[in-house]
Design a protein. Sequence first.
Length: 182
Amino acid sequence: MERGSKGLRTAPEASRSAARQRLDRLAREVAKFGAVGGAGVLVNLLVFNLVRHVTDLQVVRASVIATIVAIAFNYVGFRYFTYRDRDKSGRTRELMLFLAFSAVGLVIENGVLYTATYGFGWDSSLQSNIFKFVGIGVATLFRFWSYRTWVFRTLPAKEAVAGAESFLEAQAKKPRPKQRVP
């Protein structure tokens, strides 16, 4: 058994506590990712509409420009806010992976807009913004998974140390059989 602030806890309770901590960490990560991503969506939509109204570029080209600006904005936010506690040793590798997965997200996002615009002829300003937003949403699911899995990796030593410490604590709390003295 393990002793906590509320007294004795059984192994299943300790396991639930560890699961609860992982769930809490994931919830915080999703909230931070959402905050940076939400700001990135605003940047993306503002640049998209600005380029559409100031230039004569086609809708998808304006969208690609806006997406690239948002990607740069998001990298700074993710690196220095959402994933600031993650491994920083391979910045070149991290940036290359970020750009590669962001490019896939760009294709997903703008593929939705392209299909709506050229496949269905939905080209009004409102329709373009709606399908741009839908494309951002679909691409965000891919980006969240890929960034947390491949780009901003957890520090392996931190997880290993935490796992070892909890194992040692559990072992120290186990009752020891009495030894006979000769």
